[in-house]
Each structure stands twice: as C-alpha cells, then as structure tokens.
Design a protein around this ligand. Sequence first.
Ligand SMILES: [Fe+2]
Length: 139
Amino acid sequence: MTIEWNLELATGNEEIDNQHKEMFKRFNHFQSAYSLGKAQNELQKIFTFLDEYVKFHFAMEEELQIRHGYPGYAVHKEEHDSFIHNFKKMEKQLDSSGVTSPLVIQANMALVSWLFGHIKGTDREFATFLTNSLPMKKA
Ligand SMILES: [Fe+2]
C-alpha cells in the first residue's frame, strides 16, 4: 500500500507542502520494506526522520494557523500533541528493547492512521481554510 500526495492536500505554503511530500515518500519507503518483512532495518531511519519532523513541521503548521486565525487550531494542535506523545513512547521502547516485531507493527499502524486521519483529514481541512483565506490572485 502506498499513499500519494495530491493537490487537495496543498496548503499553498511551499515548505509545508514539501515536508508533507517528504513524509509520504518516507512512509512509502517504510511500507515497501514492511510488506517485504524488512521493516526492521527501516524503523530507526523513519524514527530519526520523525524526531525532526514532529518538532519542525508541527511547529510550522501551528505558527501558520495562529497567524491566520485558524478556528480549528486547538483541535489540530491536540492531534499533533497526541502523535508526539505516542511517538515518544515508541522511541522509548526502541531505546530500551531495540527493534521488535510488535514495535514495527505499532509504528506502522500509527503512521497509517496519521497519514489517512491527520494529513488527509485534519491537514486537508486546514489547507482548504488557508487556500480560501488567501487573497485571490489576479489573472
Ligand atoms: Fe498537522
């Protein structure tokens, strides 16, 4: 199963859009390994990526939401915080027990639900808001 970025997800903020595209790329790479039963090798890599992603990408989205007075900010931030909480727990498990099959499965499930639930749902709502609130471009 792969998941592709598409224009419906565009926020119009190039950096955020590029970060989402990178997230999809990393996830698809992890998924391919997962379906071949080789995700063990990829878990550390995707965790290293996520560690940076949750800090910089979430902060950037939240800053943009505050700047534009986005009414869904609180709910959106709650989802970010809850993902961070879950991710930190998985990171601790990785540190204490190394790569285990249950952890790989758990990480995969967390990512699938994040991409389908948050990026394709909550982030898309924000993208729609942002696109509509930006001034119309003159032809
Ligand atoms: Fe988000």
